[in-house]
Design a protein. Sequence first.
Length: 194
Amino acid sequence: MKEDYILDGHPEPTNEYYAVAKIAGMKMVEAYSREYGLSFITLIFPNLFGPGDNFDITSSHVIPALIRKIYEAKINKSPEIEIWGTGKARREFLYVDDVADACLYFIDKCKGGEILNVGSGNDITIKDLAGIVKEIAAYKGSLVFNTEKPDGMPRKLLDVSRMRKFAWRPKISLEEGIKKTLDWYISNYHTTGD
């Protein structure tokens, strides 16, 4: 999705309220910039993940949910875990350290009022993502996709062509970020579980 498309058409139904809240925040920043002469920028990120994430199985996003399910299946010697949907939905991810780095980098590089997508520019299927988490966690069981459950939006990928005109790029690969997040989760397991 290009930055210019944010206000085009209706938000995707499974993401509508979240999208409207984000747009309201962007418009508030725009109004503050105009009203008070302040210089704000809006950075739009894909799905974020990393240490300290929300690992609650009922409310977490996909990477922390997969980490928790797969790790608990491994320690409980469960032969399989259920993953909602077909596994075909595609998502883009960015590690939290890259988010912090991007905020510091772009604060001096962008003009006030500018909107900029910041991400890797690469997406992955949920099925392939689950396979990566399974491999990093050394889980030997099976991943079972429950196709009775929803996939959500088929694809969420930011167009980062404007970002690429700057010298900034993410430093942490998806695999490295998942490993760091899994290591943090294991170290904090007794304080992050239910």
